[in-house]
Ligand binder design. Structure first.
Ligand SMILES: Nc1ncnc2c1ncn2[C@@H]1O[C@H](COP(=O)(O)OP(=O)(O)OP(=O)(O)O)[C@@H](O)[C@H]1O
Ligand SMILES: [Mg+2]
Length: 286
């Protein structure tokens, strides 16, 4: 579902039932995906359907399987038997997605011995691009990523926000229709985080990518997304799918609008219920 198809809906619109089968024209459709690690079931019957150009955000309690979902969509983990994946309308295995999507893992480590520019080109260089061409392209992208003049610096010489922008630049340079971002702003202070969110929306709108964005933060999920998926406590599946009714472009003031507050209330209720379950399961308290 794209942003314009969502406009005109009402504030606090009730969430739709989770998708269970691929919509026509979807970029990626996961149906009934489960993943077990030994005795731990991380995911159980998760279904997600993502349309081209959509910005989908995923929230859920810690340990509910968000990064496991990420790893499956990135092609790094194969799900258990029984579910199915489709990319661009064609059935596939998770491993077929490796190289088809660009991703930034939760613990994205820039290589400390590489400069900003050489960290940014890493993915395309590994794909076989000529280093000189890749560097030229990266240099042209530096202003957009707020890194002008820092091309020869090393990661330890950068702020947290700048390091994240280098990692994001690497992900954007690896031009794929689908981008996966696992809590990219999780370690940033509130002010930097809010600036980065607005910046990411600008970059997303310019580059017209499809984004699956994982976060702990309900405000972030709502501010960024066309649609927010709330996951259940482990084993994770989609508990709630909320189409975001906020118009674009979005500025910082939107978080105080009645529409934002109404939608946030729906999300908080769902997520609190699941966090409580997860806490009770971990502590054994009732
Ligand atoms: N490779 C693995 N081997 C064994 N267990 C794993 C593996 N990957 C994940 N798990 C387990 O699966 C569950 C889900 O983990 P996952 O990292 O997907 O959660 P998450 O929602 O991303 O958590 P967080 O919000 O803390 O990042 C956890 O219990 C974790 O210990
Ligand atoms: Mg995680």
């Amino acid at each position: 579902m794209t942003a314009h198809r969502l406009s005109g809906m009402f504030p606090g619109v009730p969430a739709t039932a989770p998708a269970t089968r691929a919509r026509s024209g979807s970029l990626l459709a996961l149906t009934n995906i489960s993943k077990t690690f030994g005795a731990v079931q991380a995911l159980n019957g998760l279904s997600v359907d993502i349309a081209p150009g959509e910005f989908v955000t995923v929230v859920g309690p810690s340990g509910c399987g968000k990064s496991t979902l990420f790893n499956i969509v990135a092609g790094l983990e194969e799900p258990d038997d029984g579910g199915s994946l489709q990319f661009l309308g064609k059935p596939c295995r998770a491993r077929d997605l490796l190289g088809q999507v660009s991703f930034m893992p939760q613990r994205d480590l820039l290589l400390p011995w590489r400069t900003v520019i050489d960290n940014a080109i890493l993915a395309v260089e590994m794909e076989g691009a000529r280093k000189s061409d890749a560097r030229r392209e990266a240099l042209a992208m530096l202003p957009e990523f707020g890194l002008t003049g820092f091309e020869q610096q090393y990661p330890h010489q950068l702020s947290g926000g700048m390091r994240q922008r280098v990692a994001l630049m690497r992900t954007f340079m690896f031009k794929r229709d689908l981008m996966l971002l696992d809590e990219p702003f999780g370690a940033l202070d509130a002010l930097t985080r809010s600036m980065m969110q607005r910046w990411l929306l600008d970059v997303w709108q310019k580059h017209r990518r499809t984004i699956l964005f994982i976060t702990h933060d309900v405000d972030e999920a709502l501010f960024l997304g066309d649609r927010v998926l709330v996951m259940t406590a482990r084993p994770g599946r989609v508990k709630l799918e909320l189409p975001v009714t906020l118009s674009r472009p979005r500025n910082a003031d939107i978080v105080t609008s009645p529409e934002f507050i109404a939608q946030k209330r729906i999300l908080l209720e769902a997520i609190e219920e699941e966090s409580m379950k997860s806490f009770t399961a971990q502590t054994g308290s009732h």
